[in-house]
Design a protein around this ligand. Structure first.
Ligand SMILES: NC(=O)c1ccc[n+]([C@@H]2O[C@H](COP(=O)([O-])OP(=O)(O)OC[C@H]3O[C@@H](n4cnc5c(N)ncnc54)[C@H](O)[C@@H]3O)[C@@H](O)[C@H]2O)c1
Ligand SMILES: [Zn+2]
Length: 375
């Protein structure tokens, strides 16, 4: 049964096929009232499988998923539920999951279904990349961030106490299947975290994606299925195109870090208390200001309008700017050949015209960060 949408149109089915250089192309399906057994049966013959989920998503959606998979002939030997939240992307939880799969006797031709947000997707993906030297992975993203960002592109992995995402692999899933109805249980603040990445990709992409941001961000926040479907499909298409051109992150893929240089600095300085999407929102504002100073176009108001529409903040609590700069310096994405006190930013020559690797001095960065801190 599709949930009542208060008279809003239920959109038609949508999908994007993601081609990759190193693995078979796979489909990303984004639908309301998704027929999971049909979607999965089209991608893979049924066999042995396990489901990984977390303690928030599992109680809401795992029974329906397991039922649909069993109905399509899958033998689910185990449903592993990890605690919700980033700490589950750890070596300790990874070991627990591997041992549960081994104890359940999951075979090397098995499939892991990762049902959850980006944490479950990254952890499940790393498990699938390494359990018995690799089993099949199906991503069932339930957060907006996972639907538009983390389930596409093949990066999977874990955090270490020394830093986020320091352990990982590239593994392309066999299928990404997103049921828009799952987003009806996602908390508002989590929805906005995903919208930050949607705004980022719309600004980087330009064209009809950028135009649709103005029209559909508001309805998306109200969980209008058509608005969500459009914005998710635009995002997946954009990210897939960038990743296909640069699967191993040598150059072009760096544009996806728009807003992320300052965001990573703020997150580290705030001890990771700051939600990622909110850090990216103000990080984009800082980058827009630097773009205006260094490359010309004044896109600051455009950014502010879109971030407001997405329910995102335009500033964050005051913090020690030097600590942010230090943390930016420790960003693993910074090239080691950079001189002391210089940073590399993705900036904009215009909407749809990102430039990566733009050098920014410490004093320029300091001023841009100061402009997004609450006074
Ligand atoms: N692999 C990549 O390319 C990539 C890209 C971006 C982010 N990431 C990673 O993704 C992670 C963040 O993902 P996230 O924001 O989805 O975090 P998350 O997985 O922690 O999900 C956020 C919260 O929402 C809950 N939730 C998810 N779906 C829900 C639903 N439908 N209903 C109710 N609650 C729901 C989760 O239980 C969690 O509490 C980070 O670890 C980040 O490093 C990876
Ligand atoms: Zn991000």
């Amino acid at each position: 049964m599709a949930p009542d949408r208060g008279g809003l149109r239920v959109p038609p089915a949508g999908s994007v096929t993601v081609g990759t250089g190193s693995a078979a192309p796979y489909e990303v399906r984004v639908e309301s009232d998704l027929d999971l057994s049909a979607a999965v049966s089209e991608a893979l013959p049924p066999g042995a499988a396990a489901v990984l989920t977390d303690s928030s998503v599992g109680p809401l959606h795992a029974d329906a998923v397991v039922g649909a998979l069993a109905g399509a002939g899958w033998e689910i030997s185990e449903v592993v539920t990890v605690p919700a939240g980033e700490p589950s992307k750890s070596l300790a939880v990874y070991e627990t999951v591997l041992r549960r799969l081994a104890a359940a006797g999951l075979s090397r031709d098995g499939t892991l279904f990762a049902l959850g947000g980006g944490v479950v997707g990254d952890l499940g993906g790393f498990v699938a990349s390494s359990y018995m030297r690799g089993i099949y992975l199906v991503q069932l993203p339930t957060s907006l961030l996972a639907m538009v960002d983390s389930s596409v592109g093949g990066k999977v992995g874990l955090d270490l106490p020394e830093g986020k995402n320091l352990v990982g692999a590239f593994l392309q899933p066999r299928l990404v299947a997103a049921n828009l109805d799952w987003l009806l249980t996602l908390p508002d603040r989590e929805l906005s975290q995903g919208l930050a990445e949607v705004v980022k990709m719309g600004i980087l992409s330009g064209g009809s994606f950028f135009d649709d941001l103005h029209e559909y961000l508001g309805p998306a926040r109200e969980r209008d299925a058509e608005a969500l479907r459009r914005l998710i499909l635009h995002s997946v298409r954009y990210k897939a195109a960038v990743v296909a051109a640069d699967e191993r992150e040598r150059g072009l893929r760096a544009v996806l870090n728009y807003g992320h240089t300052v965001a990573h600095g703020l997150e580290a300085a705030a001890g990771y208390d700051l939600p990622h999407g909110e850090a990216v929102a103000v990080g984009m504002l800082a980058a827009a200001r630097l773009s205006h100073e260094k490359l010309g176009p004044d896109l600051v108001e455009v950014h502010r309008d879109l971030l407001r529409a997405a329910g995102l903040p335009l500033s964050v609590p005051a913090t020690d700017v030097e600590a942010v700069l230090n943390a930016m310096g420790r960003d693993k994405k910074r090239r080691s050949s950079d001189g002391e006190g210089r940073y590399r930013f993705v900036l904009l020559e215009g909407i749809g015209r990102p430039v990566h690797g733009v050098p920014v001095t410490a004093s320029e960065a300091r001023a841009a960060i100061g402009s997004i801190l609450e006074r």
